[in-house]
Design a protein around this ligand. Structure first.
Ligand code: IPE
Ligand code: IPE
Ligand code: MG
Length: 237
């Protein structure tokens, strides 16, 4: 458990990367890496809720991940279904509210219905908000918000000069939520890969040389510890 003096970030984002390399390291097909990653998703989500994280955003599938081989994408879609069904069963005992961010229209009907069901079933929960980024891309999200504002201008409901950063933020999938304080990327890559581009303007980044399936609750605490050692200035002094 965290130290009493530890300042727990309100909103944490995690880029769940490294499943493929984990599988390779264990001489397994990539699919098994994704399965191990999905198991870890549950462990870390529960743990984050238990230490008082208010918003957790997990990057599960990017708008670019469709480029992967068909069988890998298929395996990921099956995994998403399995895990959402499981979430419906046992996540419900936890006080976690699940939301999906990204363009869900690209998923098949069964998966879209499951997403809807999970969101509705967990809507009354008052604990941590879990944003699952699926078919999510930061650029696509910004474009979608821009189109939505443009539409309200076209309808005569808004004038272009009225647009503010706050208003634009509200048009994003994460509208109404605070920006992430901390984004963690395991796997050794040090890049953002189209995650929360607008929202990460003043986010602290922590990169770890651990593959996602090996990322433990202690690593989350370690990342929070590093976060606590940073001095956030937001452009001030
Ligand atoms: C992250 O693991 C999972 C998804 C992107 C769906 P990767 O599959 O990217 O794992 P590596 O980067 O190949 O190790
Ligand atoms: C980012 O990982 C997306 C997710 C973890 C869902 P990728 O493995 O797709 O990113 P790149 O290709 O290494 O930048
Ligand atoms: Mg990767």
């Amino acid at each position: 458990m965290p130290d009493k003096n530890m300042n727990i970030p309100v909103h944490i984002g995690i880029i769940m990367d490294g499943n493929g390399r984990w599988a390779k390291k264990h001489f397994q097909p990539r699919q098994l890496g994704h399965r191990a990653g999905a198991n870890n998703f549950r462990t870390i989500t529960r743990y984050a809720n238990s230490i008082g994280v208010r918003y957790l955003t997990l990057y599960a599938f990017s708008t670019e991940n469709w480029q992967r081989p068909k069988d890998e994408v298929g395996a990921l879609m099956r995994l998403f279904k399995d895990y959402l069904r499981e979430a419906l069963r046992d996540f419900m005992d936890e006080n976690i509210r699940v939301r999906f961010i990204g363009d869900r229209s690209a998923f098949d009907k069964e998966l879209q219905e499951l997403m809807e069901e999970v969101e509705q079933a967990s809507a009354p929960k008052t604990g941590m908000v879990l944003n699952l980024a699926m078919n999510y891309g930061g650029r696509a999200e910004i474009l979608r918000a821009a189109k939505s504002f443009a539409e309200s201008v076209a309808k005569g409901e808004r004038a272009p000069f009225e647009l503010t950063e706050e208003m634009f933020s509200r048009l994003l999938y994460t509208g109404g939520q605070p920006d992430p304080d901390l984004i963690i990327r395991p796997s050794g890559e040090e890049r953002i890969s189209n995650f929360l581009l607008w929202q990460c303007a003043y986010t602290e980044f922590v990169y770890f040389d651990i593959l996602w399936p090996d990322f433990r609750p202690e690593d989350l605490l370690r990342a929070i510890d590093i976060y606590n050692s940073r001095q956030r200035r937001f452009g001030g002094v």
